[in-house]
Design a protein around this ligand. Sequence first.
Ligand code: NCD
Ligand code: ZN
Ligand code: ZN
Length: 386
Amino acid sequence: MLYLFIIRTIPEPVKQGVATASEGASERLECPQANRHRDSDVTRIEIRRPDDWHLHLRDGDMLSAVVPATARVFGRAIVMPNLKPPVRTVADAGAYRNRILAARPDGSRFEPLMTLYLTETTTAQDVREAAESDFVHAIKYYPAGATTNSDSGVRDLERVYPVFEAMEKHGLPLLMHGEVTDGDIDVFDREAVFIERHLEKIRRRFPELKMVLEHATTADAIDYVESAPGPIAATITVHHLMYNRNALFEGGLRPHHYCLPLIKRERHRRALVAAATSGNERFFLGTDSAPHPKHAKESDCGCAGIYSAPAAIELYASVFEAAGALHKLEGFASLHGPDFYGLPRHEEKITLEKSDWKVPETVNAGDDVLVPLRAGGNPGWSVSAS
Ligand code: NCD
Ligand code: ZN
Ligand code: ZN
């Protein structure tokens, strides 16, 4: 009896301690891993310079308008290839990279990490050239018709299996817009169905292929990435951490919250926050900042994509603060990504401070304007040194 009593009661204080530590009451505990302070008492944090592992920079005037917001804080970014026409070859990627470098503010050392757009005509030779280049870091899969500028995407996945084989051989990661496009699948279920029908099949067939499920939006995606064997990871956007699908309809239709994959139910948002703040190295920061002109968002057939770059790291900090997990921000934002891609972690640091400021209502981009995420709102954190 006594024995039973002991094993039932000993774990209790430990369990409570871990639970209260995340709410900040760890001062009472002798637990070295626990938070020393309430996150609400923390007003300043220093982290290694972060990177953005999923970013849209567009081209031309838009490119010049959006590069500075990312370059002010992120050291590197995986640049998505969904231009019109898409970035298909190493030569295309090299030329695009030069245009990005030319759009950097003076003195910026921001480094664009280029990707190729996978089509049904991509060859093993393209993969080899990409792997041999020192600036192409991945190949991006879009199902045809799934999202912005995806017309040249893949219709039949099996047709690109020879490309996956070459990628597996060369260690080049496959980045996935993980949604099916079948008209009979509910748009909120497209990611879960992709995992069930395709992702598992690809993983089994190419067990060594490095894969990133981009902009994960569901508990299904989190469960899958957490438990699948092999080199797999997921990026998580800040808007999917901040909002559930009610944000699409709050007091009316909200086109600036429209992105793909769609923002999901609250239970999915919670699963994403739990994954991002867990310290699990399979999850890392990818904003999917995707600028579209205001008129193209506020339209009877509005474009999918949320422009989050102007306050991205600040908003991530406020999500981590709310979860009592500021001490996990550095892993998610600055360590797990480079480790997955086999790149060095940054040595320099940035400082984030609690402070009040206002995200601009609009950002000029040539003759257009962009409406950033949380336009006119206060993210609660700002970058004080970078
Ligand atoms: C992205 C874009 O606008 O390029 N849009 C989006 O809603 N996320 C494309 C993408 O990442 O799917
Ligand atoms: Zn996408
Ligand atoms: Zn994207």
